[in-house]
Design a protein around this ligand. Structure first.
Ligand SMILES: C[S@@+](CC[C@H](N)C(=O)[O-])C[C@H]1O[C@@H](n2cnc3c(N)ncnc32)[C@H](O)[C@@H]1O
Length: 195
């Protein structure tokens, strides 16, 4: 179940500014691009060059058909950063601050890639904190969390604690998951900045 897509789909419009904090194979970046272009911008981050290349190819194939020039121009509005999401505040253009409609995190490792190169608790929490600041009023952060892999349980617990401690006057945090699956099953957190 793509909970993050279900949550964000009705909230996104052409012209919106959004971030994919973990580009991976590019599925989420393409999902965002299809909703905010034309007029909007997608900023995507990944530490792996192969993830950035995968994402570039997926978005390019997904957005352009038959060399359509308008669609090709839209590709310029998908900005891929070969960098960790913990550098978000440094690398995003300053005019975007406080205007992000969505920031997506999909934690863990690149499917089909090196399973030892996973998101890390310290940098994940650092990036989540930055995302809160850069979010627009009524903007949403989604975090898909995988407690099942090595190190995943620790990161899942830390991210859940971070969400639980957010001041309820400024943010609302929800958790979506399976009620009848084992505890190591992935779940999704969604944090909305109150307008
Ligand atoms: C589960 S995958 C993401 C899947 C992706 N959203 C998709 O739609 O295909 C997690 C990704 O996070 C990346 N990653 C790990 N640490 C990171 C960091 N500090 N900043 C950004 N990306 C990171 C990994 O390289 C991996 O590609």
């Amino acid at each position: 179940v793509q909970w993050s897509h279900v949550i964000l789909s009705p909230r996104l419009r052409p012209g919106d500014l959004v971030v994919d904090a973990t580009a991976g194979n590019g599925h989420d970046t393409l999902f965002l691009a299809e909703r905010v272009l034309p007029g909007g911008r997608v900023f995507a981050f990944d530490v792996l060059s192969e993830a950035i290349e995968q994402t570039r190819a997926r978005v390019s194939n997904g957005l352009t058909d038959d060399g359509d020039k308008e669609q090709a121009a839209e590709l310029q509005d998908v900005v891929l950063h070969h960098a960790g999401h913990e550098r978000m505040a440094e690398l995003l253009p300053s005019e975007v601050c406080g205007r992000l409609r969505a920031v997506m995190f999909n934690l863990g490792y690149l499917p089909g890639g090196d399973k030892t190169l996973i998101t890390r608790t310290d940098t994940t929490l650092d990036a989540l904190q930055q995302a809160l600041d850069w979010l627009a009023p009524d903007g949403v952060i989604t975090i898909v969390v995988y407690p099942g892999h090595d190190g995943g349980r620790e990161e899942a617990t830390a991210v859940e604690c971070w969400a639980a401690r957010l001041p309820s006057g400024q943010f609302e945090a929800q958790r979506l998951g399976f009620a009848n699956f084992k505890p190591s099953t992935p779940f999704c957190l969604a944090v909305r900045k109150r307008a």
